[in-house]
Design a protein around this ligand. Sequence first.
Ligand SMILES: Cc1cc2nc3c(=O)[nH]c(=O)nc-3n(C[C@H](O)[C@H](O)[C@H](O)COP(=O)(O)O)c2cc1C
Length: 184
Amino acid sequence: MFLVLYHSNYGHTERYARWLAEDLEGDVRRIESVKLEDVAAYNSIIFGHSIYAGSYKYGKKIAEIIQAFPDKKYYFFGVNLADSSQIENKKTLTDNVTAAIGSENMDKIQLFFFRGGIDYPRLSFMHRSMMWMMDKMLKMKKDSEQTESDRALIQAYGKKIDFVDRRQIDPLIQAIQEEIHGNS
Ligand SMILES: Cc1cc2nc3c(=O)[nH]c(=O)nc-3n(C[C@H](O)[C@H](O)[C@H](O)COP(=O)(O)O)c2cc1C
């Protein structure tokens, strides 16, 4: 039985979480509202977390769940604007997850990254201010020093962009199917 636990501010991560739960015939919940005992009954947990300035608000909670139930299967998907198929970006994204959940948990979880979007007019005052500051700082970097994430953020500043696409969940579904078949 699958449980998808997600954190999403503006719904991009939530859309992926709901599609995964639908395809896997599992349950889906916001990670904020979940207690340790709520996850006990599930065999596999899929964490979905949106990425803000490279960080994960619920990294500690994810680590706590993995430590409490080390024998479950764990998957993680991070959602941001940048394209994770760029090798450098994939490494940065992976390093950021490691910093958030702890290197001791990394061999128990499979990582995936999907592209989200941004709806600038809907952003909170705090997020707009953060984006304004990031945009100013990133534009001061030389072109050759800008990362994939930097470029994606500069491009998205002030706009409404939506990269969410159901097909992006396919590799995660495939990894789960391989795990099931491998164990049967
Ligand atoms: C303040 C702020 C910081 C962000 N930082 C990054 C970032 O470092 N890299 C990136 O690719 N996207 C970044 N994003 C884009 C979000 O990851 C993207 O909007 C994501 O789809 C949000 O998902 P959610 O709607 O589920 O919260 C940032 C967005 C905001 C508003």
